[in-house]
Design a protein around this ligand. Structure first.
Ligand code: ATP
Ligand code: MG
Length: 201
């Protein structure tokens, strides 16, 4: 398909306008600080995106830390890989809450791993901290929301934090700088396909 001179000129003008707009936006973004990213919603891809971001960070030579709430008894491919690359990972060791059915035990386990999370949130060497599945800890009342918010607010200036989990509490969404809600359009599980190693964990 060949373009007429008029089409070429129109295309060029449109692209030049777009570039000017993007250049202006880039010039306006001058602040340099760590951010809070929330990945929420019912679709698949929250934890994988969080771990992908940790890999991105480590790939650039930065240090990162991971706290995983809930999935203690589950294997996790990316956690095993990242630990081999010096990423400190702490896992709440109880398994799914509907397996344990013991709120006091779940609360104690959440509090224990949260102590490691709080320590990470004071460590300026960590460029990124992933708090995987944190949202449930607040929703179930295992962790105090205001304590979590205070720890997030007082973290080192250049440190970024990623929080994942469904149904993110409003206060965390308000505090966050970037929030993505992943919407389920389809999920293989609903068609009877089993969860798979390397794909789902
Ligand atoms: P992933 O770890 O694959 O990025 P996720 O963190 O977005 O998923 P979670 O709510 O933490 O999702 O669920 C963890 C597990 O449940 C994963 O194995 C994932 O494939 C599966 N899962 C996620 N969303 C759905 C869904 N809408 N229906 C069924 N299973 C799901
Ligand atoms: Mg997840």
């Amino acid at each position: 398909m060949t373009q007429t001179d008029e089409e070429k000129a129109r295309y060029q003008a449109r692209m030049a306008k777009k570039k000017a707009h993007i250049d202006q936006k880039v010039a306006e973004a001058t602040e340099e600080r760590g951010i809070i990213i929330v990945l929420t919603g019912n679709g698949k891809g929250k934890s994988t995106a969080g771990f992908g971001n940790v890999a991105r960070c480590v790939g650039h030579g930065f240090k990162a830390g991971v706290i995983q709430f809930i999935k203690g008894t589950w294997a996790c491919g990316e956690r095993d890989l990242l630990e081999q690359h010096g990423v400190e990972c702490h896992v709440m060791a109880t398994g799914f809450t509907w397996d344990t059915q013991d709120k006091a035990k779940d609360t104690a386990a959440a509090q224990a791993v949260w102590q490691s999370g709080k320590a990470m949130l004071t460590n300026p060497e960590l460029r990124l901290v992933l708090l995987d599945e944190l949202t449930y800890m607040i929703r179930y009342g295992y962790l105090d929301e205001s304590e979590v918010i205070t720890a997030l607010q007082n973290r080192p200036k250049q440190q970024s934090v990623i929080i994942t989990g469904r149904g993110c509490p409003k206060a965390l969404i308000e505090l966050a700088d970037t929030v993505s809600e992943i919407k389920p359009v389809k999920h293989a599980f609903d068609a009877g396909i089993k969860a798979q190693q390397g794909i789902d964990w």
